[in-house]
Design a protein. Structure first.
Length: 453
C-alpha cells in the first residue's frame, strides 16, 4: 500500500535494535495503512518504494516474479503456486498479507516463514538505509522491501508476491512480473479503489506489464474482457481467461478437501487432491496451475502438480480447529467472501445441531449483507466481537444488523472471550464458525490452539 507522506511525521535516523521486539517496535513506528486505511488514495506514487529498491541495489530484479492480485483468494492461490513451483525443484520466496499471528508469516521461503534472527537482521538493514530515502516509508513498504531483499539474499529461483490493496499503486508493484494473476473482482476497499467494479478491475490491471503472461480468474464477461483488454494493451505476452482457457472441469468433495480435474491451454490434470475446503478452492487451484504453466511456458508433469497441491496449507481459510463441537475459522471479510463461506458451510459443514457464528468486522463493511449470507447457511445466532484494530466496526453496529435480520445476538467485545463463550455453550453436534475479519480469525485461532495445547 503506497500512500503520501503523513504530515508531522519525522524520520527516526537513530533507530537501532538487536532483538525482535525492538525490530517490531521500529517497524510499528511507521504509519500502518492496514490498521488505518485512508478514505481515499492521495497522490498515488511508487517513487518512495522505487527509491528504496534503488538504495538496496534493486533486489526485486534478481528473480522472476508471479504477481497475484484480486479481491478474494489471493492467499490461497499464492500458496498453491508456491507449492507447485517447489514440487518442481525450485527455491521459492512467498510474500503475503495479512498475517494471522506473527509478522514472520508474511515472508517465507519454500513455505517456511523467515526466522526471528533473520527478520531482525533484514529490518536492521532497512533502518540503516531509511534516511537515504526521501519521504517517510510506510510499514507495508518496509515489509515488502524486507521480503524482496531477503529473497535476493536467499537467491530464490522465483518469488510469488501477493498484492496488498489494488494493484497499480500497491508498493509490491515495483516488480516487473513474469506472470500476473487476477483471481477475481468484487467489491472491497471501494473508498480507495473506486466505487464500481470497473474502477476496481482497472486498478488491479495495473500489475500487467509488457511481456507478462497474464492469467485471469474472473468470469464475469464484461470485467474479464476489460482485464484482458488491459493486458493486451500493455503488451502482455499471453492472456489466459477462465473458463475459456482455464477450467476446473470437475470439483468434488473429498475427505479433508477437494478432488479436482483441471484443464489449461497446455495440459490436463485429473484427480488432483487439494487439502482445502470449499468449492472455490477448485477454481483457485485451476488459476494456480495455469500460473505455474505460464511461469515455465510448458505443460507440467501431472504427478508433480499433484504432489505440490497436496502439500498446500492455508491457515485461517475454512480451517477446522475443533471437532466436538465442529469449530471452523475463515477469513471471509467482505460480501463476496461471506457468500463463498455460506456455500461451503452448506455443502461441507452441515451439522445435526445448531450453527452459531462469532463475528467481528472492520469499518467499510456492510454488516447486513454479510450476516445475510450466514443466515442463508443456517446460522441463527451470533456472538459479536470487535477486531483489535483502529478500523474495527463497533460491535453494537454489527449486533444491530444481526438483530434486524432476526438473529439471536450477544455482544462480547473481546475475541477470545467471544470464542470461549460460543464453544463453551455449543453441544457436541453443533457448529461454531468464526469469521468477518482476519484480525478476528487470527486472535480466535491463537486462543483456540492455546486451549488445545
Amino acid at each position: 500500500m503506497t500512500d503520501a507522506t503523513i504530515p508531522g511525521q519525522r524520520r527516526d535516523a537513530s533507530a537501532s535494535f538487536d532483538d525482535l521486539p525492538g525490530a517490531l517496535a521500529w517497524l510499528d513506528s511507521h504509519v500502518n495503512f492496514e490498521s488505518t486505511m485512508p478514505s481515499r488514495r492521495a497522490l498515488p506514487t511508487l517513487d518512495r518504494m522505487a527509491d528504496l529498491m534503488s538504495v538496496l541495489a534493486d533486489p526485486h530484479r534478481t528473480y522472476p516474479v508471479v504477481h497475484i492480485t484480486g479481491t478474494n483468494g489471493k492467499g490461497s492461490t499464492a500458496a498453491m503456486v508456491t507449492e507447485v513451483l517447489v514440487a518442481h525443484g525450485l527455491s521459492v520466496g512467498t510474500y503475503t498479507s495479512p498475517n494471522l499471528t506473527r509478522v514472520n508469516e508474511r515472508i517465507a521461503r519454500n513455505g517456511e516463514p523467515i526466522d526471528d534472527a533473520t527478520l531482525v537482521a533484514v529490518l536492521a538493514g532497512l533502518a540503516a538505509v531509511e534516511p537515504m530515502v526521501a519521504g517517510r516509508l510506510t510499514r507495508f513498504e518496509l515489509l515488502t522491501a524486507a521480503a524482496y531483499a531477503w529473497f535476493a539474499d536467499e537467491a530464490v529461483d522465483a518469488a510469488v508476491v501477493e498484492v496488498g490493496v489494488g494493484g497499480r499503486w500497491d508498493c509490491t508493484n515495483v516488480v516487473d512480473s513474469d506472470v500476473a494473476v487476477v483471481t477475481n473482482i468484487s467489491f472491497d476497499h471501494t473508498d480507495v479503489l473506486g466505487p464500481t467494479l470497473v474502477d476496481i478491475a482497472t486498478d488491479k490491471s495495473g500489475i500487467f506489464k509488457p511481456s507478462s503472461r497474464v492469467v485471469i480468474g474472473e468470469t464475469d464477461p464484461a470485467i474479464a474482457s476489460l482485464l484482458a483488454g488491459a493486458a493486451r494493451q500493455v503488451g502482455a505476452e499471453s492472456v489466459w481467461v477462465r473458463p475459456q482457457d482455464v477450467r476446473c472441469r470437475a470439483n468434488r468433495m473429498a475427505v479433508g478437501g477437494r478432488l479436482v480435474d483441471i484443464e489449461t491451454p497446455l495440459g490436463r490434470y485429473d484427480d488432483l487432491f487439494v487439502p482445502l475446503h470449499g468449492a472455490h478452492q477448485g477454481d483457485n487451484a485451476a488459476v494456480a496451475v495455469a500460473a505455474a504453466e505460464a511461469f515455465f511456458g510448458s505443460a507440467l508433469d501431472p504427478a508433480v502438480v499433484s504432489e505440490g497441491l497436496a502439500a498446500v496449507t492455508v491457515p485461517g481459510r475454512l480451517e477446522v480447529i475443533g471437532r466436538h463441537p465442529l469449530v471452523v475459522i475463515d477469513g471471509a471479510h467482505n460480501v463476496a467472501g461471506m457468500t463463498v463461506l455460506s456455500r461451503a458451510l452448506v455443502e461441507e459443514f452441515a451439522v445435526p445441531g445448531a450453527a452459531v457464528a462469532v463475528v467481528g468486522m472492520l469499518r467499510g463493511r456492510d454488516p447486513v449483507a454479510m450476516l445475510e449470507q450466514l443466515l442463508s447457511a443456517g446460522v441463527r445466532s451470533v456472538v459479536v466481537c470487535e477486531p483489535d484494530s483502529p478500523r474495527a466496526l463497533p460491535a453494537e453496529v454489527v449486533a444491530e444488523a444481526g438483530a434486524g435480520l432476526g438473529l439471536a445476538v450477544e455482544v462480547v467485545g473481546d475475541v477470545g472471550e467471544a470464542v470461549s463463550m460460543a464453544v463453551g455453550r455449543a453441544m457436541v453436534d453443533d457448529l461454531v464458525i468464526v469469521c468477518g475479519s482476519f484480525y478476528v480469525v487470527g486472535a480466535a485461532r491463537a486462543a483456540l490452539l492455546a486451549v488445545e495445547h
